[in-house]
Design a protein around this ligand. Structure first.
Ligand SMILES: [Zn+2]
Ligand SMILES: [Zn+2]
Length: 266
C-alpha cells in the first residue's frame, strides 16, 4: 500500500471498534505513508447522537491523537475529524472548531432534516417513491450549502443516499453536476470512499460517472476506507485506485494543517 494514505477512519472515540493506537498500527503495518483518524463530531439540532464523540471530549481527542505523531516509524500521523454539516448549527460548529490543531476536516451530511440517511434501511423502506427522490435532492442541496461555507477540506461519501440501495426514480444527474460545480468553485476535494462496496450499495462512493465528472472539473480526490475496524483501513484501495485512473486522475490529495498537497496516484 505504498503511496497511499488513509484519512477517513473511526476509533472508539466515536463509533469505531478499535483504539486510535490499533487503527494507526494497522495503517503502519499496511505500509501507508500517512494515516489519520476522523472521529465523528457535530452539533446535532436534535438529540445528541451516541455514535459521535461528546463535544467536551474534543480537546482530549485532539491531544491524544496528536501525541501519537512519530510513534509508528515512518508513518505520518494526521489529525482529522468527520464533521456533520447542518445549516442550523453551522455557526456553532465553525466557532467550536476555529483554531483547532487539525490537519483536515471531512464535511459530511448524514441527515436530511431529521431523516437519518445512513442509519438503517428500515428508514428508507418506509418512504414513498416521491419522498425518496426528495431526500436525494435535498441531500445534494445540503452538500452544496456545505461547500459554499468553504470551511471543510473534503466531502465524505458524496452519494451516501445510495447506501441501502434506494436509488431515486427521478434523474439526479443535474443535481449531482451542480454539486460538483459547487465543490470546484469552493476548492473542496472529495473522497473515493470504499465502504460502499461492502454495504448494500455494492460499490464505492461515488459512482464512476460522478468521478469522471469530478475529474473534468478538477476536483481533487482522496482514497479512503471509512474504516470502523483496524482490519479495514485499506479495504478495496486497489479497486478505488483503478477507478481513479479510469476517470483520468493522476494525483491524490494530502493534508497537513489544513494545507492541501498532491502526490502521484499509485
Ligand atoms: Zn460519514
Ligand atoms: Zn465516517
Amino acid at each position: 500500500m505504498m503511496g497511499f494514505a488513509s484519512y477517513h477512519n473511526h476509533s472508539v472515540w466515536s463509533d469505531g471498534g478499535d483504539t486510535l493506537e490499533a487503527m494507526l498500527a494497522a495503517c503502519a503495518a499496511a505500509g501507508l505513508d500517512e494515516a489519520g483518524l476522523s472521529d465523528h463530531y457535530g452539533f446535532y439540532p436534535g438529540p445528541p447522537q451516541d455514535w459521535s464523540m461528546r463535544r467536551d471530549r474534543l480537546p482530549d481527542y485532539l491531544a491524544t491523537l496528536g501525541s501519537l505523531r512519530g510513534s509508528y516509524g515512518p508513518l505520518q500521523v494526521r489529525v482529522g475529524l468527520e464533521v456533520d454539516y447542518f445549516p442550523e448549527t453551522f455557526e456553532e460548529t465553525r466557532e467550536a472548531l476555529s483554531g483547532v490543531e487539525a490537519d483536515y476536516l471531512i464535511g459530511s451530511v448524514h441527515f436530511v432534516g431529521d431523516f437519518p440517511v445512513d442509519a438503517a434501511s428500515s428508514w428508507w423502506e418506509a418512504l414513498s417513491r416521491e419522498r425518496i427522490d426528495e431526500v436525494w435532492r435535498t441531500y445534494f442541496a445540503l452538500i452544496r450549502a456545505m461547500a459554499a461555507t468553504r470551511f471543510f477540506d473534503f466531502v465524505g461519501h458524496l452519494d451516501l443516499p445510495k447506501k441501502y440501495g434506494y436509488r431515486p426514480d427521478a434523474d439526479m444527474s443535474g443535481e449531482i453536476m451542480a454539486t460538483l460545480d459547487a465543490l470546484s468553485a469552493a476548492g473542496m476535494a472529495m473522497e473515493i470512499n470504499t465502504a460502499g462496496r461492502h454495504l448494500p450499495a455494492g460499490e464505492v462512493y461515488p459512482d464512476p460517472w460522478i468521478l469522471a465528472e469530478a475529474r473534468r472539473r478538477e476536483v481533487p480526490i482522496l482514497i479512503n476506507a471509512d474504516a470502523h475496524r483496524a482490519a479495514h483501513v485499506t479495504r478495496s484501495f486497489d479497486i478505488a485506485a483503478g477507478l481513479a485512473h479510469a476517470a483520468g486522475y493522476t494525483h491524490l490529495a494530502r493534508y497537513r494543517r489544513r494545507e492541501r498537497t498532491a502526490v502521484p496516484l499509485p
